[in-house]
Design a protein around this ligand. Structure first.
Ligand code: VGL
Ligand code: ZN
Length: 202
């Protein structure tokens, strides 16, 4: 068992990001056995859950005429418009049944503000509204975080960069993640993570 200063954060391992889901990540469910094994190994265990209200502004359907995966300007900057996904209380928003979600000590929901998306587990996409995760980890004495989950190039990468920015020692286990890879987003995410001092391991 790892020491209580090390947290495992599993990002958005939900039905909508797995094959058959509304925003399916190729092979997304393939990471589940490894994630469950990791959950056995860490003493501090957090799951995040993408949790959007109906009509969320990150949904293409909320912008008449806009195509899914196009980019729009939000008050806080450019925003990809996604297929409707992870709507609060739906099957798509539930954790994948194969994930040992019972092992979680904290389930952190994000993306619940109707007008702001939230990729990172630490901040909304305006980069200033905190989710509260930093306070939780800090008050438990955590200094190091390991990240797994979906998707590598959005929620995992943004969480990793923010964790590094907050001074945590950060490792992304890429083999326990899967990417959307939209217009080179995986390469961009890898560069941002390396620049931020995130260790990317397999
Ligand atoms: C995510 C796009 C929209 C993710 C969440 O979990 O990576 N990506 N919402
Ligand atoms: Zn989302």
């Amino acid at each position: 068992m790892r020491p209580a200063t090390e947290a495992l954060i599993v990002i958005d391992l939900q039905n909508d990001f797995c094959p058959g889901g509304a925003l399916a990540v190729t092979g997304g469910d393939g990471i589940i056995p490894r994630v469950n094994a990791l959950l056995q190994d860490f003493a501090v265990r957090v799951l995040t859950q993408d949790w959007h209200p109906k009509g969320h502004r990150s949904f293409a359907a909320s912008h008449p005429g806009a195509a899914p995966f196009s980019v729009t300007d939000m008050p806080y900057g450019p925003q990809v418009l996604w297929p409707t996904h992870c709507v609060q209380g739906t099957h798509g928003a539930a954790f994948h049944a194969g994930l040992n979600a019972d092992a979680a000590q904290l389930v952190l929901r994000k993306g619940f503000h109707p007008g702001i998306d939230s990729y990172s587990a630490f901040y909304e996409n305006d980069r200033t509204t905190p989710t509260g995760l930093d306070g939780y980890l800090r008050s438990r004495g955590v200094t190091s975080v390991t990240l797994a989950g979906l998707a590598t190039d959005f929620c995992v990468a943004w969480s990793a960069v923010d964790a590094a920015r907050h001074g945590y020692d950060v490792t992304v286990l890429e083999g326990a993640t899967r990417a959307i890879d939209l217009n080179g987003s995986l390469a961009t995410a890898r560069r941002l993570m390396r620049d931020a001092g995130v260790k990317v391991e397999h």
